[in-house]
Design a binder for this molecule. Structure first.
Ligand SMILES: [Zn+2]
Length: 486
């Protein structure tokens, strides 16, 4: 059928032997068949060396949701996201419950469910499904299976990854440049603490010396740095006497500083044509905007009164966050080579929450797991635009990693919950990129260990920030209810 089907051809054998040093040992059982033999990843290796494979860029945007995006599309306010949508295919991404970021973003990056990747909440949950007393926030060493950056790097693809959830300590990824995140949405509280800013967070990057080349950008991200003016220009200033809103504004600023800094770091990694085969960047802003500001955007949906002047000042906060995202995404896309494939993915959608609870920090939420957003755009992707409501699901969060592997010319994991979304690709693409036999990548992956601390009290800082954002509830019973998905 294709030239991959006969692995015994002289060219194929010699090239794959060369590529096998030093990883493979002897005959591979999958290579015995004739022309009907399934295509394995090894069969494909010679071809991937010959063709220019498009770089893949994944922009993970927490809480991005169509019910905010579509009105903004109609108003022409998200030109970059709209362009990606129109040139490619876009729709819903099914998610899972409970919808806590560390769990979902790890599922997105591994293709497996929570019990299989082991990141079970913000901080440690025991095998009995109860919070571990004094448990620490999960860190990358607690993950039980390889993430897509491990898989890509270990299989000869280069990787840039910036700020993904639960990615601290930065893992040693061959061909990889990793800028880790310990605290994600709470990153600002940690990164720009006076001592940390001077000394740097340990193991923030892989390789180590990458930390030096991003230190100026980290410094610029500090609360009183140049981003302050950038924030004020985009969002305005919240009067101090609006206590509740003012406090929220402070945290929201922190998330802006973290996202903007990560975006700049990502841009720097790609400078000079150094785009990797797989490039990942995480943003948290739309999720935090949704949690904090929904009541001002849609006050009619709440049983309590939202003051008019607050509505006037903060009612467009969510929209402005989306416009900010769109501007950053535009910057990234403009720096990409023409042949890049871009995937925008959110872990869940969002909607009104706690409509009768005026004291709740969060007036927008996602406990009921509304579907997230997926946009895929680039060469080989079907140009069908935004799919119609009701028939809009492109796949699930578990399909993201299998799909990325497939775009990188790598086999899916046999143990993964999802599958490569090959139907989003054109017939032509499918013909030149045959389906690969899934493999078990778990063998030889390091053992998961208890979470680590980047510095003294980092866990307290993390939990404080997370509860100020309304992400983490205190009290064992509340936590129990949440992790049980009730
Ligand atoms: Zn959220």
């Amino acid at each position: 059928m294709s030239l991959f089907s006969n692995p015994r051809s002289i060219a194929g054998v010699s090239v794959s032997l060369l590529l096998c040093l030093p990883a493979c040992g002897g005959e591979e059982p999958g290579k015995q068949g004739g022309s009907e033999a399934p295509v394995t990843q090894e069969d494909l290796q010679p071809q991937t060396q010959l063709t220019e494979r498009p770089p893949v860029v994944v922009l993970g945007v927490d809480g991005l949701t169509w019910n905010v995006m579509e009105p903004l599309f109609a108003q022409g306010k998200l030109p970059n996201l709209k362009k990606l949508t129109d040139a490619g295919i876009a729709g819903n991404l099914f998610t899972d419950r409970p919808t806590f970021s560390p769990m979902l973003w790890t599922s997105i990056a591994t293709g497996v469910k929570v019990p299989d990747h082991g990141i079970r909440y913000f901080m440690e949950i025991g095998e009995n499904n109860k919070p571990v007393p004094g448990g620490l926030p999960y860190t990358s060493n607690s993950r039980k299976v390889p993430a897509v950056w491990n898989l890509a790097g270990e299989n000869g693809r280069s990787v840039n990854s910036v700020a993904w959830w639960v990615s601290w300590p930065a893992e040693q990824v061959p061909n990889g440049r990793i800028v880790a995140s310990y605290a994600a949405q709470a990153q600002a509280a940690l990164l720009w603490k006076p001592l940390i800013m001077e000394e740097g967070l340990p193991e923030l990057t892989y390789p180590d010396q990458l930390a030096d080349s991003i230190s100026d950008l980290l410094y610029d991200g500090r609360p009183t740095g140049p981003l302050m003016a950038e924030y004020n220009e985009r969002f305005g200033i919240t009067p101090q006497e609006w206590k509740f809103a003012f406090l929220r504004d402070r945290f929201f600023r922190g998330v802006f500083h973290a996202d903007r800094t990560h975006e700049k770091i990502f841009m720097q990694l790609m400078e000079g044509g150094e785009i990797a085969d797989l490039n990942l960047l995480y943003f948290g802003l739309p999720d935090v905007a949704g949690h904090y500001f929904w009541r001002y955007r849609a006050p009619q949906n709440y049983t309590y009164l939202v003051p008019d002047d607050h509505v006037k000042r903060l009612g467009d906060r969510i929209d402005r966050s989306y416009e900010q995202m769109d501007a950053w995404i535009g910057e990234v896309v403009a720096a990409l080579p023409k042949n890049a494939i871009v995937m925008i993915v959110s872990d869940h959608g969002m909607d009104v929450a706690n409509a009768d609870d005026v004291t709740n920090v969060q007036s927008g939420g996602h406990d009921l797991a509304p579907p997230g957003v997926m946009i895929l755009s680039g060469p080989g992707v079907k140009a069908l635009g935004l799919q119609q409501r009701g028939d809009r699901t492109l796949g699930s969060i578990y399909d993201v990693t299998p799909t990325l592997l497939s775009l990188l010319g790598l086999a899916s994991g046999s143990y993964m919950e999802g599958n490569p979304l090959r139907d989003l690709m054109t017939e032509e693409w499918k013909a030149t990129n045959p389906a690969l036999e899934p493999m078990d990548y778990r063998e030889g992956f390091r053992k998961a260990t208890r979470p680590r601390l980047p510095m003294d009290n980092a866990n307290d800082l993390f939990l404080e920030s997370m509860s100020a954002l309304g992400y983490v509830t205190s009290g064992e019973e509340e936590i129990q209810k949440k992790i049980d998905g009730k």
